[in-house]
Write a protein that binds this ligand. Structure first.
Ligand SMILES: C[S@@+](CC[C@H](N)C(=O)[O-])C[C@H]1O[C@@H](n2cnc3c(N)ncnc32)[C@H](O)[C@@H]1O
Length: 429
């Protein structure tokens, strides 16, 4: 048959696809494991590699398990469900070790792997939605693997059980409204007591639509927010309840569109590791760069002389200041600053007052900040990263520019079933 090949899978790529070669051709096969003999069909050539889908497995790996999600073959959300959980963790650990080796960083001690629940962990998700005329229905889900289409999903095991109960009722709700073909996205979030949804709509809603949405919210005890433009346009309809995030004995309030760490149990482990590694005494002064709503700053402020949180989003800064007051942390203050700007503009802050630093940037890392600012005074710096590649680059700068050494590394499985993970790298002088 055209474009079909019989391959033996040799190893796994960084994104966990099975890699194979045949003659001078290279192949990448989603869902295939090393050692397996597979028949595949190619569908695209990317750089010099043919991307192929699995047709059948003629010799199966002894470690293979049945993916528990119906949509595993299509959805881009989870890539590792065909591996036992221990194998998933090893895959991530090896990825991290390889990156450390490629970056030639001096760290050869054991990396602690932190794990919790493997399913039902996700407190927040942004799902795409679309009216599909051929199917005569609204579909909801993550994007399909390798395409712009939306996976027509009826289940998602990584979502918190409160979200699973609501998410798949939403298409039927949207179908009853005048915006059924103008509602491209829905965000769902829970603090484990309350569920909130944010409906993104490109056309105004009618009063009849609002009545239907409010009736749904009453029936299923959900808070609803609407968004007709950028994130600043999110507004509630009807009564809503304040959501709280519990972390290291503190209660942090947040809004449905706030950044939160999606896995509460792993986040608690993460904050406790940071507290332990910081080993704070009452004279310590800490800066928390990219502080969000105070997830690290407020627990740290309980043990330090003072904590300064710096964050770009003014709504998060406002929430962080309120969280400090509510948790009786008068020694925690928060300011707004764009930490990706070439002129960061923190001249009014005396950085040499701060002897300990925590950094938790977005996926693009913190190279601008660590290259521009003088972090010389900090004897300890803890870098929390959701992208180990940018972390390696930034680690090299920290080591060369400030003379830090890596004293500890942790891998936290914040996103089981997916290739993603969180890393904590501890730097000391
Ligand atoms: C990975 S989150 C970490 C938040 C917080 N540390 C936590 O644990 O919840 C990254 C944070 O960086 C903020 N951020 C994104 N771009 C930024 C920028 N240019 N300057 C400062 N903060 C920024 C985001 O708003 C977000 O709160």
């Amino acid at each position: 048959m055209k474009n079909t090949y019989l391959l033996t899978i040799e190893n796994l790529s960084k994104d966990a696809t099975g890699q194979a070669s045949c003659g001078n051709k290279l192949f990448s096969v989603h869902g295939a494991l090393p050692g397996e003999l597979v028949r595949v069909k190619t569908f695209r050539k990317k750089l010099n590699t043919y991307q192929a889908s699995l047709m059948n497995i003629l010799r199966q790996s002894t470690v293979r398990v049945n993916p528990h999600c119906l949509h595993f073959n299509i959805c881009s959300g989870c890539n590792l469900q065909h591996m036992p959980y221990g194998f998933q963790l090893n895959f991530k650990l090896n990825s991290l070790k390889n990156l450390i080796k490629e970056a030639a960083l001096d760290f050869d001690r054991a990396i602690s792997v932190i794990k919790e629940e493997q399913v039902g962990y996700r407190l927040k998700a942004r799902l795409a939605m679309k009216w599909v005329t051929k199917k005569e229905k609204v579909v909801i889900g993550f994007r399909e693997r390798g395409s712009g289409y939306i996976t027509d999903s009826s289940t998602c095991s990584v979502l918190h059980e409160r979200l699973q109960k609501i998410v798949f009722k939403l298409p039927a709700l949207v179908e009853q409204t005048s915006v059924k073909n103008a509602a491209p996205q829905i965000e769902v979030v829970t603090d484990e007591r309350i569920v909130a949804i944010i409906l993104r709509h490109l056309k105004p809603l009618t009063s009849d639509d609002l009545t239907k949405l409010l009736a749904f919210c009453q029936e299923f005890e959900v808070d609803i927010y609407l968004q007709n433009g950028g994130p600043e346009t999110v507004s509630k309809i009807g009564e809503v309840t304040q959501m709280y995030y519990e972390v290291a004995g503190c209660q942090l309030k947040f809004s449905p569109n706030s950044f939160i760490q999606v896995n509460r149990d792993i986040n608690n482990r993460m904050v406790n590791i940071v507290l332990e590694e910081m080993n704070l005494n009452p004279e310590d002064c800490v800066i928390d760069f990219f502080c969000g709503l105070g997830n690290f700053s407020i627990p740290l402020a309980k043990h330090a002389k003072k904590v300064l949180g710096i964050e770009f989003d003014s709504d998060m800064v406002k929430l962080a200041n309120e969280n400090a007051a509510n948790n009786k942390c008068r020694n925690a203050t928060f300011i707004k600053s764009d930490l990706y700007k070439s002129e960061i503009g923190l001249d009014s802050i005396c950085l040499s007052d701060y002897n300990k630093i925590i950094l938790d940037p977005p996926r693009s890392g913190a190279a601008v900040l660590i290259s521009q600012l003088n972090l010389e005074a900090a004897s300890l710096l803890i870098y929390v990263s959701c992208n180990a590649s940018t972390l390696m680059n930034d680690a090299k700068i920290l080591i060369c520019k400030y003379g830090y050494e890596i004293s500890n590394v942790f891998l936290l499985d914040m996103f089981p079933q997916t290739i993603h993970f969180e890393t904590i790298m501890v730097f000391k002088k």
